[in-house]
Design a protein around this ligand. Structure first.
Ligand SMILES: Cc1cc2nc3c(=O)[nH]c(=O)nc-3n(C[C@H](O)[C@H](O)[C@H](O)COP(=O)(O)O)c2cc1C
Ligand SMILES: Nc1ncnc2c1ncn2[C@@H]1O[C@H](COP(=O)(O)OP(=O)(O)O)[C@@H](O)[C@H]1O
Ligand SMILES: [Mg+2]
Length: 162
């Protein structure tokens, strides 16, 4: 397991990709939808970036930039065999955005992935992550990433494409 300084060396980490369907385990019904990246984006992650729970900023297409939490790994609670990268955006969207480009800037690390003895404890851990992420992201050093050119470029790219 990489040490924290090894993880931080990669941050902020910027990436984008098309939103694909996940396992449809009903995270949406639980109030925590996660936009899943395709395998290719997950495979392109730096080899020594630790699996775990991170926070940062995200936008969909040319939309506004919002706070987010992202889970990278095998979801031990569900014993997935494929590594996944799933982003929950702290924003209420009018509709689903499958097929759209999700732009993500990971700025900080929260904790490793864990197994839980019940779904209720998994959900409550995720709610804890969301609250901690919201707090951390208000720090000036993290707020400035929200304004990064990465998100501006995604705007002009999308607009030129139309
Ligand atoms: C912030 C956050 C933290 C998470 N932490 C864990 C975890 O510690 N262990 C785990 O097994 N899954 C964790 N998950 C992943 C959930 O299990 C996952 O979102 C769920 O499998 C729903 O998958 P679906 O999108 O295919 O419906 C986390 C997800 C998020 C967004
Ligand atoms: N705030 C949000 N954060 C992430 N995804 C959201 C959000 N609101 C709506 N969605 C939609 O919900 C989908 C994810 O729902 P989820 O139940 O995790 O299904 P799946 O298993 O297909 O990933 C995303 O792909 C996106 O289209
Ligand atoms: Mg999902």
């Amino acid at each position: 397991m990489p040490r924290a300084d090894c993880i931080m060396r990669h941050l902020p980490y910027f990436c984008r990709g098309q939103v694909v369907h996940g396992f449809g385990r009903g995270s949406k019904q639980l109030g925590i939808p996660t936009a899943n990246f395709p395998e290719q984006v997950v495979d392109n992650l730096p080899a020594d970036i630790s699996t775990g729970i991170y926070y940062g900023w995200a936008s969909v297409g040319s939309g506004d930039v919002h706070k987010m939490v992202v889970s990278i790994g095998w979801n031990p609670y569900y014993k997935n065999t494929k590594k996944s990268m799933e982003t929950h955006i702290m924003h209420t969207f009018k509709e689903d955005f499958y097929g759209e480009i999700l732009n993500v800037a990971i700025v900080g690390y929260l904790r490793p992935e864990k197994n839980f003895d019940s779904l209720v404890s998994l959900i409550s851990a995720i709610h804890g992550d969301i609250e901690e992420a919201k707090k951390q992201l208000d720090l000036p050093e993290h707020l400035k990433i929200k304004e990064d050119n990465f998100f501006q470029v995604s705007k002009s790219k999308t607009m030129n494409g139309h």
